[in-house]
Design a protein around this ligand. Sequence first.
Ligand code: 1GP
Length: 236
Amino acid sequence: MAAPWTQWDHVTKIDPDKPLHDGDSYAGIADTGTDALIIGGTTNVTESSVQSILDALSSTEIPIFVEPTYHPMQSHTEGLSGYLLPVVLNAGNTMWLTGAHHEWIRSSDLEWDYVHPEAYIVLNPTSTVATYTQADCNLDIDDVVAYAELAEQILGQQIVYLEYSGMLGDQTIVAAARDALSTAQLFYGGGIHDYDSAYEMAEVADTVVVGDVLHDAGIEAVEETVRGAKDASHES
Ligand code: 1GP
């Protein structure tokens, strides 16, 4: 069976550390047409904050994954499709390459069917994730392409994630990374906030991820980004 993410054009990431926009509810996010939800953030994410969001999403039918930047005690929670585990290829702090993962595996009885790695390439030097992982974001297009190939061909990664968190990335770099991959899925995230920005990035990435727009502008704005991503995917 094909991995679920091969069907995703648009994903919405919910940060447990940020409130929803006024009047929005977690349950309403799935009605935007987004293909999947990821619960995850860089700082202040705890098992209990993730659990309250899972509870609020209990009637949601689209896949829900958690990016565990905290240390989950359970390897599988009810209502969860699985964990997406970031491995930050350009991290300066090896905690984000293998350190945190090693610790989690040592201390938990993981159900591997539910755990899938994502090879992150962090590209916005001013983002919290770049600071936190001490990422080397001083990369040109050939560096990014080489990381994408390394992820797929050397590390056998099925998901490569270009993470521009907080800023809209460079479409040429995203397209070049996509071209360098054979079967891995290219996720793009960062700065998508309306129809046009979603369309632009979905033209070149396999899956676009929106985060801040949910918390800053709300569900209706997320809906616009879904339309942009779906239109671009159907045309390509
Ligand atoms: C963050 O890639 C996601 O991990 C989305 O980025 O918050 O900038 O939309 P934004």
